[in-house]
Ligand binder design. Structure first.
Ligand code: PMP
Length: 452
């Protein structure tokens, strides 16, 4: 099929406001038009084949072109495309999915609340946490502590929880009752501390904040197991255990935002299992359907779940909570994950191979460090490898590198000077080899341009 790229780009800039985009700047270059996908590749309207090392947006975990997901959606659309779960009614795919999710989440997580996105999962969490503490006769436990540079979505609640200052600047955020502590980013702190010592210190910032606000006013702490949109910030060993200990000490609920880390991304069903902590609530989205349809939600551990059920009406919900087609696709996706034993395969084969290959990029003259955790990875671009001195910020090395990645046929995301990827879980060794070769080629091209 041939496409009129220029016309699509004109219509795009005239009518379509993109997320997180400078519309006027995009109009000058025109958007890249993605038209089809198969396996780990996407094609644009000019016929370029590009290896999608970001899995769409951290979501197409099982890769493109999975016919069983398409068939599940078609069957459900033909049978019952929609019905709500508001007025003492239910739909079978939502029931089956809630039960299936309880089988892959930690013990006690027997109940699911469904949303359409990760942002709505975070907003739902705020309402759940505050309602829970009211039911406990502690209505003053309203504060939720999150982290600077964390990402929890773009709704008013989600963006308030997130620690992105550029988002807070627009729309008068954060809302009251949200506080932030520093992120556990060892490289950026530039000290001689061991990662373990730094991890304990970073966790202690939570205790400081709880004491500052007053434990009787703090309802929950929320964090991503590995911070994704903030640049794949992998916490040091021991950090999460210490966070869990502090939460338990002050009776603060622990919320794991698994929108990126869930569904095998780290080589465990959920990031909390990978790092070995037990949260009270798990937030999910993205990988639950491999991105084929919008779906998110909250899995409730026994403490909050039992209290909520005993507490009467929870006055919260979305028209599409438990949408039957999204849930049917999620069920097909879980089935596919089980059939491929994908979580175990990632843990024992794909992620270790990926780690070895990605770490080999550390010898590149532009790269100061490389890090991976399961199937997410990041590297830092520097001007001087020996001193780790960064490029001047107006030279936007990350953006230069992202452009060269596209030109070389691989998609990486730039977060400042950090280049990050979250490739599909279904990658073969040969595909990983190809991806690393394309990244190296892009780094070479970036180095050449930055030297000019
Ligand atoms: N939480 C985390 C950890 C995320 O990474 C994201 C999206 N990248 C969200 C929440 C928001 O999800 P959505 O874009 O589906 O609203």
């Amino acid at each position: 099929m041939s496409w009129n790229t220029a016309q699509i780009q004109r219509d795009d800039s005239a009518h379509y406001l993109h997320p997180f985009t400078d519309t006027a700047a995009l109009a000058k270059t025109g958007a890249r038009v993605m038209v089809k996908a198969e396996g780990i590749f996407v094609w644009d309207s000019e016929g370029n084949k590009i290896l999608d090392a970001m899995s769409g947006l951290w979501c197409v975990n099982m890769g493109y072109g999975q016919q069983s997901l398409v068939d599940a959606a078609t069957r459900q659309m033909e049978t019952l495309p929609f019905y709500n779960s508001f007025f003492n009614t239910t739909v079978v795919p939502a029931v089956d999915l809630a039960r299936n999710l309880s089988e892959v989440t930690p013990t006690g997580f027997t109940r699911a609340f469904f949303t359409n996105s990760g942002s709505e999962a975070n907003d739902t969490m705020i309402r759940l946490v505050r309602h829970f503490w009211s039911l406990q006769n502690k209505p003053e436990k309203q504060f939720i502590i999150a982290r600077k540079n964390g990402y929890h979505g773009s709704t008013i609640g989600g963006a308030s929880l997130g620690g992105m200052s550029d988002m807070h600047k627009q729309g008068g955020l954060p809302i009251p009752g949200i506080a932030h502590i520093g992120q556990p980013y060892h490289y950026a702190c530039g000290t001689d501390e061991t990662p373990e010592a730094f991890g304990l210190r970073a966790a202690s910032w939570l205790e400081d904040k709880i004491l500052e606000i007053g434990a009787d006013k703090v309802g929950a702490f929320v964090g991503e197991p590995v911070q994704g949109a903030g640049g794949v910030i992998i916490p040091p060993p021991g950090y999460w255990q210490e966070i869990e200990r502090i939460c338990r000490k002050y009776d603060v609920l622990l919320v794991s935002d698994e929108v990126i880390c869930g569904f095998g991304r780290l080589g465990a069903w959920f990031g909390c299992q990978y790092f070995g902590y037990t949260p009270d609530l798990i937030l999910f989205a993205k990988g639950v359907t491999s991105g084929y349809l919008p779906l998110g939600g909250v899995m409730l551990g026994a403490r909050v779940g039992d209290a909520l059920v005993a507490g009467g009406d929870f006055n919260h919900g979305f028209t599409y909570s438990g949408h039957p087609v999204s849930c049917a696709v999620a069920l097909a996706n879980l089935k596919l994950m089980h059939e491929h034993k994908i979580v175990n395969k990632v843990a024992t084969d794909t992620a270790p191979y990926f780690h070895q290959k990605f770490m080999s990029l550390a010898d590149h003259p532009l790269v100061s460090i490389t890090e991976t955790c399961g199937m997410v990875a990041g590297l830092v671009l520097v001007q001087d490898k020996a001193t780790r001195a960064p490029f001047a910020s107006d030279r936007s090395v990350g953006m230069v590198c992202r452009r060269h990645c596209f030109a070389s046929g691989v998609i990486m995301r730039a977060v400042g000077d950090r280049m990050i990827i979250a490739p599909p879980l279904v990658m073969s060794h040969a595909e990983i080899d190809l991806m690393i070769a394309l990244i190296r080629q892009s780094l070479d091209a970036t180095a050449k341009e930055m030297a000019q």
